[in-house]
Design a protein around this ligand. Structure first.
Ligand code: PLP
Length: 396
């Protein structure tokens, strides 16, 4: 069998932005065993493997309820609806994030209201969010981006002051903890994405909702299955398949659950490896002119566990650097080049450039470098040398 990482392993200097071919090659016997189990039982959608993964994820995160679904995006829509979002309710979201942080609000029937971010963490700024509160605000939905949690202390205080429900877009935040509580469980509910490039990536799309709230879990579990309560739900067994709500078909399939059961066993090792690679980046990139900012992990009032999902720096001459690195066989990404308030899909909300300057600046300067367990220290070295050569004419 041939694996896509062959170029990486053969000494070729190409560094793709993302690859987990070596990880999958190593885990293949375990994955085959899990998939075999699915085929033997013969239930391929919300079957026993999904239930097994939900239990394993509940054990890992400490969530009372896990609702496994087909994507992080659908998990956000289900979380908002299950937590009681009424049509037209305002949801305060950051102006800098993946588009699903705001489009999920529209899909759930609400109205996204943007607020600016903190410059160092790229998380929703509680003071900016406070300015965005109106009499129809019902929810606040911070996103935890790149390597750390948004200020859940400040956002929690704001939510208590105004009676807002906190839903966490913790799609990128598996493994991160706020004062010992896993991301997504500080608010009413949160989500995880298992999109292939995420810290725990599947072999396709998948996601989950986490909550301690039994009603939210039960409603979300019904909404993922056409709005049917009972009958088919792993952790809410029942007898009825009456359709009570207009739901979706957002179920996780058992083949993805099989992959995730196998992969979850090495998540902590992967997270440690990511931290090591991030540390190497930090050392090699320090002091290179043109590199404006390295990731700043902010100390909060409570202990936090931070996890490097991606290594995002801020740079000068971003477009030229991206082209130079591409020429050297090094892949990069820009998360996120367009602030959410200026995305065409939200044009109807009537925003203009300059309204959220911190978010807009982040969109102009941030650059994500390759960071994944398969990337060796050699890979980090190759990326840093190329960046140094671009700005100074010499290797790092
Ligand atoms: C990845 C991501 C999502 C969406 O997850 P999918 O599984 O791709 O649907 C939502 N929000 C953020 C912040 C993300 O990074």
């Amino acid at each position: 069998m041939k694996w896509g990482a062959a170029a990486l392993l053969s000494g070729n200097k190409t560094v793709p932005f993302f690859s987990q071919s070596a990880t999958f090659a190593e885990l293949w016997p375990d994955i085959c065993q899990q998939v075999d189990d699915v085929i033997r039982v013969g239930k391929y959608s919300h079957g026993h493997k999904v239930a097994e993964f939900e239990q394993a994820l509940a054990d890992y995160t400490g969530a009372t309820h896990v609702v496994a679904v087909n994507s992080g995006t659908d998990a956000l829509v289900l979380a908002l609806r299950a937590a009681g979002l009424a049509p037209g309710d305002e949801v305060i979201v950051p102006a800098f994030s993946f588009v699903a942080s705001a489009s999920s609000v529209v899909l759930a029937g609400g109205r996204p209201v943007f607020a600016d971010i903190e410059p160092d963490t790229y998380g929703l700024d509680p003071a900016a969010a406070a300015d965005a509160v109106t009499s129809t605000s019902g929810f606040v939905m911070p996103a935890h981006l790149f390597c750390q949690l948004a200020d859940l202390g400040g956002i929690g205080a704001l939510a208590r002051r105004h009676g807002l429900t906190v839903i966490e877009d913790s799609a990128e935040a598996i493994g991160m903890r706020w004062d010992g509580t896993h991301a997504g469980l500080v608010g009413r509910a949160g989500v995880l994405s298992f999109f292939p490039s995420k810290t725990l990536g599947a072999l396709g799309d998948a996601g989950a909702l986490l909550t301690h709230d039994a009603r939210v879990a039960e409603t979300a579990a019904a909404l993922r299955h056409h709005g049917r309560f009972g009958a088919t739900l792993n952790n809410f067994p029942g007898i009825s398949n009456t359709t009570t709500l207009s739901g979706m078909n957002s179920k996780m399939d058992d083949i993805q659950a099989a992959v995730l059961v196998a992969k979850l066993t090495r998540l902590e090792a992967d997270i440690k490896r990511r931290a090591l690679l991030a540390q190497a980046y930090r050392q090699r990139l320090a002091g290179i002119p043109g590199v404006l900012r390295l990731p700043t992990v902010v100390r909060r009032d409570v202990p936090t566990t931070d996890v490097f999902y991606v290594f995002v720096i801020e740079v000068e001459q971003r477009v030229e650097l991206i082209e130079y690195l591409a020429g050297e066989g090094i892949g990069t990404e820009t998360y996120y080049p367009v602030p959410l308030h200026l995305q065409p899909c939200f044009a109807g909300l009537g925003h203009r450039p300059g309204q959220f300057p911190v978010a807009e600046r982040a969109c102009r300067h941030t650059l994500a470098l390759p960071l994944y367990p398969d990337l060796g220290l050699d890979g980090v070295g190759a990326v840093c040398d190329a960046i140094a050569r671009f700005y100074t004419g010499r290797a790092a």
